[in-house]
Design a protein around this ligand. Structure first.
Ligand code: PLP
Length: 394
Protein backbone atom coordinates (compact mmCIF):
# COMPACT_ATOMS: atom_id res chain seq x y z
CA UNK A 1 0.00 0.00 0.00
CA UNK A 2 1.48 3.33 -1.06
CA UNK A 3 1.14 6.37 1.16
CA UNK A 4 -1.12 8.94 -0.50
CA UNK A 5 -2.28 10.81 2.59
CA UNK A 6 -1.31 14.24 1.20
CA UNK A 7 -3.21 13.89 -2.10
CA UNK A 8 -6.36 15.88 -2.93
CA UNK A 9 -9.73 14.17 -3.47
CA UNK A 10 -9.55 13.89 -7.27
CA UNK A 11 -6.07 12.36 -7.08
CA UNK A 12 -7.18 9.93 -4.36
CA UNK A 13 -9.92 8.71 -6.71
CA UNK A 14 -7.20 7.58 -9.12
CA UNK A 15 -4.44 6.57 -6.69
CA UNK A 16 -6.07 5.96 -3.29
CA UNK A 17 -6.31 2.24 -4.01
CA UNK A 18 -2.84 1.79 -5.53
CA UNK A 19 -0.97 -1.32 -4.52
CA UNK A 20 2.61 -2.41 -5.19
CA UNK A 21 2.80 -5.80 -6.86
CA UNK A 22 5.63 -7.81 -8.44
CA UNK A 23 4.79 -6.62 -11.96
CA UNK A 24 4.21 -2.92 -11.29
CA UNK A 25 0.62 -3.20 -12.53
CA UNK A 26 -0.90 0.20 -13.37
CA UNK A 27 -4.34 -1.02 -12.32
CA UNK A 28 -5.17 -3.12 -9.26
CA UNK A 29 -5.50 -6.67 -10.63
CA UNK A 30 -8.35 -9.02 -9.81
CA UNK A 31 -7.00 -11.43 -7.20
CA UNK A 32 -9.57 -14.09 -8.01
CA UNK A 33 -8.47 -16.50 -5.32
CA UNK A 34 -10.32 -17.83 -2.28
CA UNK A 35 -7.24 -18.55 -0.17
CA UNK A 36 -3.59 -17.48 0.25
CA UNK A 37 -0.66 -19.80 1.01
CA UNK A 38 1.39 -19.15 4.16
CA UNK A 39 5.19 -19.22 3.94
CA UNK A 40 5.33 -21.54 6.92
CA UNK A 41 3.35 -22.44 10.04
CA UNK A 42 4.66 -19.48 12.03
CA UNK A 43 3.72 -17.06 9.24
CA UNK A 44 0.14 -18.41 9.25
CA UNK A 45 -0.01 -18.07 13.03
CA UNK A 46 1.25 -14.48 12.90
CA UNK A 47 -1.37 -13.53 10.29
CA UNK A 48 -4.16 -15.06 12.36
CA UNK A 49 -2.88 -13.32 15.49
CA UNK A 50 -2.91 -9.99 13.61
CA UNK A 51 0.83 -9.56 14.29
CA UNK A 52 1.62 -9.23 10.60
CA UNK A 53 -0.30 -7.74 7.66
CA UNK A 54 -1.26 -10.12 4.89
CA UNK A 55 -4.06 -12.15 3.42
CA UNK A 56 -5.54 -15.39 4.72
CA UNK A 57 -8.87 -16.07 3.05
CA UNK A 58 -11.01 -13.86 0.79
CA UNK A 59 -14.02 -13.64 3.12
CA UNK A 60 -11.62 -12.06 5.65
CA UNK A 61 -9.68 -9.94 3.18
CA UNK A 62 -8.30 -9.82 -0.38
CA UNK A 63 -5.86 -7.42 -2.12
CA UNK A 64 -8.39 -6.19 -4.73
CA UNK A 65 -11.07 -5.64 -2.10
CA UNK A 66 -8.69 -3.97 0.33
CA UNK A 67 -7.54 -1.57 -2.42
CA UNK A 68 -11.15 -0.39 -2.73
CA UNK A 69 -11.55 -0.22 1.05
CA UNK A 70 -8.41 1.91 1.41
CA UNK A 71 -9.49 4.20 -1.41
CA UNK A 72 -12.98 4.92 -0.04
CA UNK A 73 -11.71 5.23 3.56
CA UNK A 74 -9.35 7.95 2.30
CA UNK A 75 -12.15 9.75 0.45
CA UNK A 76 -14.37 9.75 3.55
CA UNK A 77 -11.52 10.73 5.93
CA UNK A 78 -12.05 7.59 8.00
CA UNK A 79 -9.79 5.04 9.67
CA UNK A 80 -10.72 2.06 7.52
CA UNK A 81 -13.18 0.69 4.98
CA UNK A 82 -15.16 -2.55 4.95
CA UNK A 83 -16.54 -3.61 1.56
CA UNK A 84 -19.68 -5.76 1.42
CA UNK A 85 -21.65 -7.84 -1.07
CA UNK A 86 -24.39 -5.18 -1.30
CA UNK A 87 -25.52 -1.94 0.30
CA UNK A 88 -27.84 -4.00 2.50
CA UNK A 89 -24.82 -6.12 3.47
CA UNK A 90 -23.25 -2.89 4.73
CA UNK A 91 -26.43 -1.87 6.58
CA UNK A 92 -26.75 -5.28 8.25
CA UNK A 93 -23.05 -5.45 9.16
CA UNK A 94 -23.47 -2.17 11.03
CA UNK A 95 -26.73 -3.20 12.72
CA UNK A 96 -25.31 -6.56 13.83
CA UNK A 97 -22.02 -5.04 14.97
CA UNK A 98 -23.63 -2.64 17.44
CA UNK A 99 -27.24 -3.63 18.26
CA UNK A 100 -27.85 -6.12 21.05
CA UNK A 101 -31.12 -7.54 22.31
CA UNK A 102 -32.88 -4.84 24.35
CA UNK A 103 -31.21 -1.95 22.48
CA UNK A 104 -33.15 0.79 20.73
CA UNK A 105 -32.43 2.51 17.40
CA UNK A 106 -33.63 5.96 16.31
CA UNK A 107 -33.73 6.40 12.55
CA UNK A 108 -35.04 8.52 9.67
CA UNK A 109 -38.65 7.62 8.78
CA UNK A 110 -37.97 7.94 5.04
CA UNK A 111 -34.74 5.91 5.24
CA UNK A 112 -33.97 3.46 2.38
CA UNK A 113 -36.97 1.07 2.47
CA UNK A 114 -35.25 -2.27 3.22
CA UNK A 115 -33.01 -0.67 5.91
CA UNK A 116 -36.23 0.02 7.82
CA UNK A 117 -38.12 -3.14 6.86
CA UNK A 118 -35.27 -5.35 8.13
CA UNK A 119 -35.47 -3.70 11.57
CA UNK A 120 -39.27 -3.85 11.76
CA UNK A 121 -39.62 -7.42 10.46
CA UNK A 122 -36.45 -9.21 11.60
CA UNK A 123 -34.39 -7.37 14.24
CA UNK A 124 -37.58 -6.73 16.22
CA UNK A 125 -37.85 -10.54 16.60
CA UNK A 126 -34.40 -10.46 18.24
CA UNK A 127 -35.57 -7.94 20.82
CA UNK A 128 -34.40 -4.73 19.19
CA UNK A 129 -36.65 -1.69 19.62
CA UNK A 130 -36.98 1.13 17.12
CA UNK A 131 -38.36 4.63 16.53
CA UNK A 132 -38.69 6.02 13.01
CA UNK A 133 -39.06 9.78 13.06
CA UNK A 134 -38.72 12.74 10.74
CA UNK A 135 -35.07 13.48 11.54
CA UNK A 136 -35.15 16.70 9.49
CA UNK A 137 -36.65 18.12 12.71
CA UNK A 138 -33.93 17.63 15.34
CA UNK A 139 -36.41 17.84 18.23
CA UNK A 140 -38.01 14.60 16.98
CA UNK A 141 -34.69 12.81 17.53
CA UNK A 142 -34.25 14.22 21.03
CA UNK A 143 -37.82 13.20 21.93
CA UNK A 144 -37.33 9.66 20.60
CA UNK A 145 -34.19 8.87 22.63
CA UNK A 146 -34.71 6.34 25.45
CA UNK A 147 -32.32 5.09 28.16
CA UNK A 148 -31.63 2.01 25.98
CA UNK A 149 -31.03 3.92 22.72
CA UNK A 150 -27.79 2.70 21.21
CA UNK A 151 -27.75 3.96 17.63
CA UNK A 152 -28.78 7.03 15.64
CA UNK A 153 -29.01 5.97 11.99
CA UNK A 154 -29.84 8.63 9.44
CA UNK A 155 -29.97 9.17 5.72
CA UNK A 156 -29.50 12.69 4.33
CA UNK A 157 -30.84 13.55 1.82
CA UNK A 158 -33.44 10.90 2.63
CA UNK A 159 -34.69 8.56 -0.04
CA UNK A 160 -37.00 9.53 -1.77
CA UNK A 161 -38.26 12.62 0.10
CA UNK A 162 -34.97 14.57 -0.26
CA UNK A 163 -35.45 15.78 3.35
CA UNK A 164 -32.11 16.77 4.90
CA UNK A 165 -30.96 16.02 8.43
CA UNK A 166 -28.48 18.31 10.20
CA UNK A 167 -25.28 16.26 10.56
CA UNK A 168 -23.59 18.52 13.09
CA UNK A 169 -26.60 18.63 15.40
CA UNK A 170 -27.01 14.86 15.18
CA UNK A 171 -23.35 14.38 16.10
CA UNK A 172 -23.84 16.56 19.19
CA UNK A 173 -26.92 14.58 20.27
CA UNK A 174 -25.15 11.28 19.65
CA UNK A 175 -22.14 12.35 21.70
CA UNK A 176 -24.26 13.57 24.60
CA UNK A 177 -26.25 10.32 24.67
CA UNK A 178 -23.40 7.92 23.90
CA UNK A 179 -24.96 6.71 20.65
CA UNK A 180 -23.24 5.25 17.62
CA UNK A 181 -24.01 7.79 14.89
CA UNK A 182 -24.37 6.18 11.45
CA UNK A 183 -25.00 7.99 8.14
CA UNK A 184 -26.09 6.39 4.87
CA UNK A 185 -24.25 8.66 2.40
CA UNK A 186 -25.34 6.86 -0.80
CA UNK A 187 -27.21 9.84 -2.28
CA UNK A 188 -24.22 12.17 -2.08
CA UNK A 189 -21.10 10.01 -2.30
CA UNK A 190 -18.02 11.39 -0.51
CA UNK A 191 -17.63 13.89 -3.36
CA UNK A 192 -20.63 15.89 -2.14
CA UNK A 193 -20.78 15.12 1.58
CA UNK A 194 -18.35 13.79 4.21
CA UNK A 195 -20.38 12.87 7.31
CA UNK A 196 -17.33 11.79 9.36
CA UNK A 197 -16.04 15.38 9.13
CA UNK A 198 -19.28 16.51 10.81
CA UNK A 199 -18.88 14.05 13.69
CA UNK A 200 -20.49 10.81 12.45
CA UNK A 201 -18.92 7.55 13.69
CA UNK A 202 -19.80 5.40 10.71
CA UNK A 203 -20.64 6.20 7.10
CA UNK A 204 -21.98 3.64 4.66
CA UNK A 205 -22.84 3.40 0.98
CA UNK A 206 -24.57 1.29 -1.53
CA UNK A 207 -21.68 1.42 -4.00
CA UNK A 208 -24.20 0.13 -6.54
CA UNK A 209 -25.11 3.81 -6.96
CA UNK A 210 -22.78 6.81 -7.45
CA UNK A 211 -19.52 5.20 -6.25
CA UNK A 212 -19.53 2.55 -8.97
CA UNK A 213 -21.80 4.62 -11.18
CA UNK A 214 -22.18 2.26 -14.13
CA UNK A 215 -25.17 0.12 -13.11
CA UNK A 216 -23.21 -3.10 -13.59
CA UNK A 217 -22.68 -4.41 -10.05
CA UNK A 218 -24.36 -4.45 -6.62
CA UNK A 219 -22.13 -3.73 -3.63
CA UNK A 220 -21.67 -1.82 -0.39
CA UNK A 221 -19.01 -0.23 1.80
CA UNK A 222 -18.71 1.01 5.35
CA UNK A 223 -16.11 3.48 6.61
CA UNK A 224 -15.43 3.78 10.35
CA UNK A 225 -13.89 6.85 11.91
CA UNK A 226 -12.01 4.97 14.64
CA UNK A 227 -9.96 1.79 14.74
CA UNK A 228 -12.19 0.42 17.51
CA UNK A 229 -15.38 0.77 15.45
CA UNK A 230 -13.57 -0.49 12.36
CA UNK A 231 -12.64 -3.72 14.16
CA UNK A 232 -16.15 -4.18 15.52
CA UNK A 233 -17.80 -3.79 12.10
CA UNK A 234 -15.19 -5.84 10.24
CA UNK A 235 -15.66 -8.65 12.75
CA UNK A 236 -19.42 -8.67 12.09
CA UNK A 237 -18.99 -8.51 8.30
CA UNK A 238 -16.42 -11.32 8.20
CA UNK A 239 -18.31 -13.75 10.43
CA UNK A 240 -21.67 -13.03 8.80
CA UNK A 241 -20.16 -13.56 5.34
CA UNK A 242 -21.32 -10.23 3.92
CA UNK A 243 -18.00 -9.80 2.04
CA UNK A 244 -17.54 -8.34 -1.42
CA UNK A 245 -16.07 -10.43 -4.24
CA UNK A 246 -12.71 -9.48 -5.88
CA UNK A 247 -14.28 -9.09 -9.32
CA UNK A 248 -16.94 -6.77 -7.91
CA UNK A 249 -14.20 -4.74 -6.16
CA UNK A 250 -12.25 -4.42 -9.43
CA UNK A 251 -15.28 -2.97 -11.23
CA UNK A 252 -16.02 -0.55 -8.39
CA UNK A 253 -12.40 0.65 -8.36
CA UNK A 254 -12.72 1.25 -12.10
CA UNK A 255 -16.00 3.16 -11.78
CA UNK A 256 -14.81 5.16 -8.79
CA UNK A 257 -11.97 6.80 -10.72
CA UNK A 258 -14.42 9.06 -12.58
CA UNK A 259 -16.65 9.86 -9.58
CA UNK A 260 -15.99 13.62 -9.58
CA UNK A 261 -16.35 14.14 -13.30
CA UNK A 262 -19.50 11.99 -13.41
CA UNK A 263 -20.95 13.81 -10.42
CA UNK A 264 -20.10 17.23 -11.84
CA UNK A 265 -21.89 16.44 -15.10
CA UNK A 266 -24.91 14.73 -13.50
CA UNK A 267 -25.30 17.64 -11.10
CA UNK A 268 -24.94 20.25 -13.82
CA UNK A 269 -27.70 18.40 -15.73
CA UNK A 270 -29.85 18.04 -12.59
CA UNK A 271 -29.77 21.78 -11.92
CA UNK A 272 -31.14 22.41 -15.45
CA UNK A 273 -33.72 19.61 -15.21
CA UNK A 274 -34.93 20.90 -11.81
CA UNK A 275 -35.26 24.38 -13.24
CA UNK A 276 -37.26 23.02 -16.20
CA UNK A 277 -39.59 21.00 -13.96
CA UNK A 278 -40.14 23.80 -11.45
CA UNK A 279 -41.37 26.06 -14.26
CA UNK A 280 -43.50 23.45 -16.02
CA UNK A 281 -47.28 24.01 -15.66
CA UNK A 282 -47.98 20.29 -15.14
CA UNK A 283 -45.65 19.94 -12.12
CA UNK A 284 -47.36 20.29 -8.73
CA UNK A 285 -44.25 20.36 -6.54
CA UNK A 286 -40.54 19.59 -6.75
CA UNK A 287 -37.82 18.88 -4.19
CA UNK A 288 -34.20 19.45 -5.13
CA UNK A 289 -31.55 20.90 -2.80
CA UNK A 290 -30.25 23.19 -5.53
CA UNK A 291 -33.50 25.15 -5.88
CA UNK A 292 -33.98 28.39 -3.94
CA UNK A 293 -37.50 27.14 -3.20
CA UNK A 294 -36.07 24.08 -1.38
CA UNK A 295 -37.07 24.39 2.29
CA UNK A 296 -33.60 23.40 3.56
CA UNK A 297 -31.57 25.28 0.94
CA UNK A 298 -29.27 26.81 3.59
CA UNK A 299 -28.59 23.50 5.36
CA UNK A 300 -27.80 21.93 1.99
CA UNK A 301 -25.16 24.62 1.43
CA UNK A 302 -23.69 24.07 4.91
CA UNK A 303 -23.19 20.34 4.79
CA UNK A 304 -23.20 19.38 1.11
CA UNK A 305 -20.66 20.41 -1.50
CA UNK A 306 -23.37 20.46 -4.18
CA UNK A 307 -27.07 19.64 -4.60
CA UNK A 308 -26.52 16.24 -6.24
CA UNK A 309 -28.41 14.52 -9.02
CA UNK A 310 -31.58 13.25 -7.32
CA UNK A 311 -34.92 15.00 -7.82
CA UNK A 312 -38.35 14.16 -6.41
CA UNK A 313 -41.52 15.71 -7.77
CA UNK A 314 -45.27 15.35 -8.03
CA UNK A 315 -47.26 15.80 -11.23
CA UNK A 316 -50.59 17.68 -11.24
CA UNK A 317 -53.27 15.01 -11.42
CA UNK A 318 -51.47 12.80 -8.88
CA UNK A 319 -50.60 9.15 -9.36
CA UNK A 320 -52.56 8.67 -12.60
CA UNK A 321 -50.80 11.59 -14.27
CA UNK A 322 -47.45 10.39 -12.89
CA UNK A 323 -48.08 6.97 -14.44
CA UNK A 324 -48.63 8.56 -17.86
CA UNK A 325 -45.32 10.38 -17.48
CA UNK A 326 -43.43 7.23 -16.40
CA UNK A 327 -44.97 5.14 -19.20
CA UNK A 328 -44.06 7.70 -21.86
CA UNK A 329 -40.45 8.62 -21.17
CA UNK A 330 -38.20 7.13 -23.83
CA UNK A 331 -34.67 8.14 -22.81
CA UNK A 332 -35.02 7.69 -19.04
CA UNK A 333 -35.25 4.05 -17.98
CA UNK A 334 -38.22 3.13 -15.79
CA UNK A 335 -36.10 1.36 -13.20
CA UNK A 336 -35.12 1.40 -9.54
CA UNK A 337 -31.57 2.19 -8.37
CA UNK A 338 -29.88 5.54 -8.98
CA UNK A 339 -26.55 7.25 -9.40
CA UNK A 340 -25.55 5.69 -12.71
CA UNK A 341 -24.49 7.39 -15.92
CA UNK A 342 -27.96 6.77 -17.32
CA UNK A 343 -31.11 8.69 -16.29
CA UNK A 344 -33.66 6.65 -14.32
CA UNK A 345 -37.24 7.33 -13.26
CA UNK A 346 -39.24 5.35 -10.70
CA UNK A 347 -42.32 5.37 -8.47
CA UNK A 348 -41.27 4.77 -4.82
CA UNK A 349 -44.78 4.09 -3.40
CA UNK A 350 -45.28 1.05 -5.65
CA UNK A 351 -41.61 0.10 -6.16
CA UNK A 352 -38.71 0.77 -3.74
CA UNK A 353 -40.95 1.48 -0.75
CA UNK A 354 -43.81 -0.92 -1.54
CA UNK A 355 -42.99 -3.19 1.46
CA UNK A 356 -43.46 -0.30 3.90
CA UNK A 357 -46.87 -0.02 5.60
CA UNK A 358 -49.07 2.52 3.76
CA UNK A 359 -49.58 4.66 6.86
CA UNK A 360 -45.83 4.75 7.60
CA UNK A 361 -45.20 5.74 3.99
CA UNK A 362 -47.61 8.66 4.15
CA UNK A 363 -46.24 9.77 7.52
CA UNK A 364 -42.74 9.74 6.03
CA UNK A 365 -43.86 11.87 3.06
CA UNK A 366 -43.71 9.05 0.51
CA UNK A 367 -46.98 10.02 -1.10
CA UNK A 368 -48.60 8.18 -4.01
CA UNK A 369 -47.83 10.88 -6.55
CA UNK A 370 -44.09 11.14 -5.72
CA UNK A 371 -41.88 10.44 -8.74
CA UNK A 372 -38.14 9.96 -8.18
CA UNK A 373 -35.75 10.96 -10.92
CA UNK A 374 -32.02 10.14 -11.01
CA UNK A 375 -30.31 12.42 -13.52
CA UNK A 376 -27.61 10.82 -15.68
CA UNK A 377 -24.81 12.27 -17.77
CA UNK A 378 -26.53 12.23 -21.18
CA UNK A 379 -26.90 15.50 -23.11
CA UNK A 380 -29.16 17.64 -20.95
CA UNK A 381 -31.28 18.77 -23.92
CA UNK A 382 -32.16 15.15 -24.66
CA UNK A 383 -33.11 14.60 -21.00
CA UNK A 384 -35.33 17.69 -20.93
CA UNK A 385 -36.92 16.96 -24.32
CA UNK A 386 -37.73 13.46 -23.12
CA UNK A 387 -39.54 14.83 -20.06
CA UNK A 388 -41.24 17.50 -22.17
CA UNK A 389 -42.75 15.05 -24.66
CA UNK A 390 -43.88 12.70 -21.84
CA UNK A 391 -45.50 15.55 -19.89
CA UNK A 392 -47.39 16.59 -23.04
CA UNK A 393 -49.15 13.19 -23.00
CA UNK A 394 -50.85 14.03 -19.68
C1 PLP B 1 -29.71 1.15 -2.90
C2 PLP B 1 -29.56 1.70 -1.54
C3 PLP B 1 -29.24 0.89 -0.42
C4 PLP B 1 -29.10 -0.61 -0.55
O1 PLP B 1 -28.08 -0.97 -1.38
P1 PLP B 1 -28.04 -2.33 -2.27
O2 PLP B 1 -26.73 -2.21 -2.95
O3 PLP B 1 -29.21 -2.30 -3.18
O4 PLP B 1 -28.13 -3.47 -1.31
C5 PLP B 1 -29.08 1.50 0.79
N1 PLP B 1 -29.25 2.84 0.95
C6 PLP B 1 -29.57 3.64 -0.08
C7 PLP B 1 -29.76 5.09 0.15
C8 PLP B 1 -29.75 3.10 -1.35
O5 PLP B 1 -30.09 3.91 -2.36
Amino acid sequence: MKDHKNLAFDSLLIHGGDIEDTYGSAVVPIYQTSTFAFKDVNHGARLFAGEEDGFIYTRIGNPTISALENCVAGLENGFGGIATSSGMGAVNSVYLAFLHSGDHIVSTDAVYGPARVVIENYYSKLGIEYSYVDTSNIQNIIDAIRPNTKMLYIETPANPTIALTDLKKCADIAKKNNLVFVVDNTFCSPYLQKPLDFGADIVLHSVTKFINGHADIVGGIIVAKTQEHYKTVRGAMVTMGFNMDPHQAYLVLRGLKTLSIRMDRAQENAIKVADFLENHPKIEWIKYPGLKSFAQYELAKEQMDGPGAMISFGVKGGLEAGKILMNNVKLALLAVSLGGVETLIQHPASMTHSKMAKEAKLKAGITDELVRYSVGIEDVNDIINDLKQALEKI
